[in-house]
Design a protein around this ligand. Structure first.
Ligand code: NAD
Length: 244
């Protein structure tokens, strides 16, 4: 059985990716920042109902030592690490003029440094296996910028640079690394927007609707599948035609 790690997967896009990869036959290592994220939450049961192994691991992905321990625990429990989805991410939005240093540093640590932490440790396991798939969650904000998201856009653009570099460094070891760049997807992250903000956004989406978490999970599933074996270093925008 092949194993997939999905960071920040107690809810939202991460949980949908985990469920989809379980349907694809992967054993699933879930992750989130605290035990509380898995309380009153049936994601583990939903995944096990697909007939695969599933366990959750508490780790702060912005913390290097936590990621090292987390990856070691997954390897010991599941034997191999075949897919890594760097999904955990946060927003601390605000215009640059008013953005605090703390809000800049926190977003960079959780969204960007986490990709270094997890890819370094899981990538080392994949290099020994001479196979692996890495999928990173970027964003349209990383591709095109977004007012009020200086910190977030910086972290998501950095993910694109890291994705292409990993693709080049690890390609000869049979490892692919790609990114997906979602537009506006209905999750707790976007529920925080005001009605006026939501209406404004819909006007610039060609398909005039938000995306669903399943629509992100489907593309990640493809990138983790045999069909994508020769796709690496790419960024796939999933935005209903937000930017053309
Ligand atoms: P979400 O807030 O619903 O889920 C994110 C998960 O990550 C949460 O469960 C959270 O607890 C976890 N997390 C946060 N910090 C963590 C840490 N330090 N360690 C471990 N886990 C941590 O968000 P979402 O909308 O599902 O977003 C998932 C990913 O998709 C993020 O990287 C986000 O930037 C990206 N994305 C989302 C959208 C969107 O419209 N929702 C658009 C573009 C990109």
């Amino acid at each position: 059985m092949a194993t997939a790690i999905i960071t920040g997967s107690a809810r939202g896009i991460g949980a949908a990716i985990a469920l989809r990869l379980a349907k694809d036959g992967f054993d699933i290592a879930l992750n989130d920042i605290s035990e509380a994220m898995f309380e009153n939450n049936d994601i583990v049961e939903q995944i096990k109902a697909e007939g695969v192994m599933c366990e959750y691991f508490i780790a702060d992905v912005s913390n290097y030592a936590d990621c090292e321990r987390f990856v070691k625990e997954v390897k010991a429990k599941f034997g191999t690490i075949d897919v890594l989805v760097n999904n955990a991410g946060i927003t601390r939005d605000g215009l640059l003029a008013r953005m605090s240093e703390e809000n800049f540093d926190t977003v960079i640590a959780v969204n960007q440094k986490s990709v270094f932490n997890m890819t370094k440790h899981a990538g080392s396991v994949m290099m020994k296996q001479k196979s692996g798939r890495i999928v990173n969650l970027s964003s349209v904000a990383g591709l095109h910028g977004n007012p009020g998201q200086f910190n977030y856009s910086a972290s998501k653009a950095a993910i694109i640079g890291m994705t292409k570099t990993v693709a080049k460094e690890l390609g000869s070891r049979g490892i692919t690394c790609n990114a997906v760049a979602p537009g506006f997807i209905k999750t707790p992250m976007t529920d925080k927007l005001t009605d006026a903000q939501k209406e404004k956004i819909l006007q610039v989406i060609a398909m005039r609707r938000y995306g669903t978490v399943e629509e992100i999970a489907g593309v990640v599933s493809f990138l983790a599948s045999k069909d994508a074996s020769y796709v690496t270093g790419q960024v796939i925008e999933i935005s209903g035609g937000l930017s053309m």
